[in-house]
Design a protein around this ligand. Structure first.
Ligand SMILES: *[C@@H]1O[C@H](CO)[C@@H](O)[C@H](O)[C@H]1NC(C)=O
Ligand SMILES: *[C@@H]1O[C@H](CO)[C@@H](O)[C@H](O)[C@H]1NC(C)=O
Ligand SMILES: *[C@@H]1O[C@H](CO)[C@@H](O)[C@H](O)[C@H]1NC(C)=O
Ligand SMILES: *[C@@H]1O[C@H](CO)[C@@H](O)[C@H](O)[C@H]1NC(C)=O
Ligand SMILES: *[C@@H]1O[C@H](CO)[C@@H](O)[C@H](O)[C@H]1NC(C)=O
Ligand SMILES: *[C@@H]1O[C@H](CO)[C@@H](O)[C@H](O)[C@H]1NC(C)=O
Ligand SMILES: *[C@@H]1O[C@H](CO)[C@@H](O)[C@H](O)[C@H]1NC(C)=O
Ligand SMILES: *[C@@H]1O[C@H](CO)[C@@H](O)[C@H](O)[C@H]1NC(C)=O
Length: 455
């Protein structure tokens, strides 16, 4: 066992006890609510909703139910589509939501692009949110029969011929902000206009069963990627986030299916103690660490990450032409080029103790890639953000490109301890694979890929 694995095991044991005590608290809470209900206690709260129906607006009744039952209560949404016409925050405290239907956000692009009609609670890149969940000790369960309908097609078609910029106001479908001990379970997000999920300023959050699907249906754009930025999730300033199943108490089937035209997962600054298991990425860029180092005034730290049982699947190119990487890492340069949300650079920090394990690839372009020149120009100062202790274990499958591993670390922060164990990827057309290591201090498992200085 390596030190990284030992550390990870300690953390998992700790997480297990945290989650057990959380569920004991939730279920004993439920029991006492039931007892109180029999006693006729007014503190017992159960709110049940059903959609009002055609051309009616459900936003008021949804907000009223959460206001009434979102603290120490249960809110049950019966199946159907709930018409949501304005931004909404759910503050959930010691409560449960059973969302058997879809919150359907009206596809009114000029309305949502008006900055006063969304929230800006995600600091990074000033991204907009139309739906924010905050609070503590809650379960939000969509039973794989509900979640969010982002009605993304008009957004993708609209932006197909326009410039997209970070912070331009395209809303994140589901934002968790300032959450402590929350569970999001079996949740479906159809047609997110922009990022599917974001979790920011939060701790001890488990997403167990998440589905995101941004698939263009407009024949005018067949064969093009018109769904950029539909990231599965971006994590930021958050600790102890678990994506998918962390214990075997759920059935064995893969719970995450993420179709996207961009990053399947994007691990951004100050994401620590992250555990990810059972992820399928269908199209897009692959799993990203970054971008990092965009804000000169902040260090971005990514530490102690385990991701296992990952699967990258290339789609029919008429549906989605890209299937970029298995996992890639990117930082801005050491020079400040403009200001966020669209410019930036110069930020420091580090990415360390990251294990990716059991990764299967179906015709990706470049399986493993590290670069530190995002948004940069030639002549920029090298990034000071350092990658160290990255382990790639049990990788299999195929790559369309011959360059299987492309590690280009900054000369100002060469990378120590890059470990490759049982990485067995074949190039689809049978060409001999190549590897690049630039500014790598130490490496095991890729003989000959060990270079200090430029290639
Ligand atoms: C949603 O509610 C608005 C009224 O606020 C209405 O004009 C619109 O038709 C409704 N949408 C759906 C899909 O029912
Ligand atoms: C943006 O929305 C606000 C609040 O609804 C409204 O007062 C304002 O007129 C809108 N601005 C534009 C440019 O539509
Ligand atoms: C975060 O939530 C806690 C309560 O759970 C609250 O006291 C605090 O003010 C919130 N912080 C922010 C920045 O909203
Ligand atoms: C994604 O959505 C499209 C369009 O609704 C559908 O054809 C496709 O089967 C979905 N993909 C998955 C993996 O569910
Ligand atoms: C990340 O955490 C470090 C140390 O706690 C802090 O100095 C830095 O400003 C944080 N970065 C961001 C992006 O919040
Ligand atoms: C590897 O991941 C796949 C899913 O992609 C899973 O079915 C398989 O059981 C995993 N193998 C091991 C040894 O955990
Ligand atoms: C990298 O791992 C070594 C031990 O394997 C440890 O001493 C070092 O602190 C780690 N680096 C970071 C930045 O965590
Ligand atoms: C195999 O694919 C690589 C990368 O696309 C290409 O450069 C190379 O020419 C191909 N080789 C053959 C024999 O087709």
């Amino acid at each position: 066992m390596t030190a990284v694995h030992q550390e990870y095991c300690r953390w998992r044991v700790m997480m297990r006890s945290v989650l057990i005590s959380f569920f004991v608290a939730v279920f004993s809470g439920a029991a006492s609510v039931a007892a109180a209900s029999e006693a006729g206690d007014e503190g017992t709260k159960l709110c049940t909703l059903r959609p009002l129906g055609e051309a009616r607006d459900d936003t008021d009744q949804v907000e009223a139910a959460i206001a009434k039952c979102g603290h120490f209560g249960t809110t049950v949404f019966e199946p159907g589509e709930y018409n949501i016409t304005r931004k909404m925050t759910w503050d959930l405290v010691s409560s449960r939501v059973d969302l058997h239907g879809y919150l359907s956000f009206k596809p009114d692009i000029p309305y949502w692009l008006n900055a006063s009609n969304t929230y800006r609670v995600i600091f990074i890149q000033d991204q907009a949110s139309w739906f924010v969940v905050t609070g503590r000790d809650f379960v939000l369960d969509a039973h794989a029969s509900g979640g969010i309908n982002g009605n993304g097609q008009p957004w993708w078609s609209y932006y197909a011929t326009r410039t997209r910029e970070d912070g331009d106001g395209r809303p994140v479908a589901l934002t968790l902000s300032n959450v402590t001990r929350g569970v999001v379970r079996d949740f479906r997000i159809e047609a997110q206009p922009f990022w599917c999920n974001a979790v920011a300023d939060s701790r001890e959050v488990t997403y167990d069963g998440m589905y995101c699907n941004a698939t263009n249906q407009d024949p005018a754009y067949a064969g093009q990627n018109i769904v950029p930025n539909t990231d599965g999730i971006d994590t930021y300033r958050s600790d102890k986030i678990t994506l998918l199943r962390w214990d075997a108490c759920i059935s064995d089937k893969l719970l995450a299916k993420i179709t996207c035209g961009d990053d399947c997962l994007a691990i951004k600054g100050n994401s620590t103690n992250l555990f990810v298991k059972d992820v399928t990425c269908r199209g897009g860029n692959g799993i990203a660490f970054g971008s990092l180092g965009q804000y000169v005034q902040f260090n971005d730290i990514v530490d102690n990450v385990v991701m296992e049982d990952l699967k990258m699947v290339r789609l029919d190119p008429q549906v989605q032409p890209n299937m970029g990487s298995g996992v890639y890492f990117k930082t801005w340069t050491g020079t400040v080029n403009g200001v966020p949300p669209t410019g930036g650079g110069g930020g420091g920090g580090f990415v360390s103790n990251v294990v990716t394990r059991n990764v299967s690839l179906d015709r990706v372009s470049r399986p493993i890639h590290i670069y530190q020149t995002n948004g940069g120009h030639s002549g920029d100062a090298p990034s000071t953000l350092q990658f160290s202790n990255l382990t790639f274990a049990d990788w299999s499958g195929t790559s369309e490109g011959t360059l299987l591993v492309d590690i280009e670390c900054s000369s100002a922060a060469p990378c120590p301890n890059m470990r490759f164990e049982n990485v067995d990827i074949t190039v689809v057309n049978g060409t001999a694979p190549t590897y690049t290591c630039v500014n790598v201090v130490s490496e095991t498992g890729l003989p000959g890929c060990n270079v200090i200085g430029s290639a």
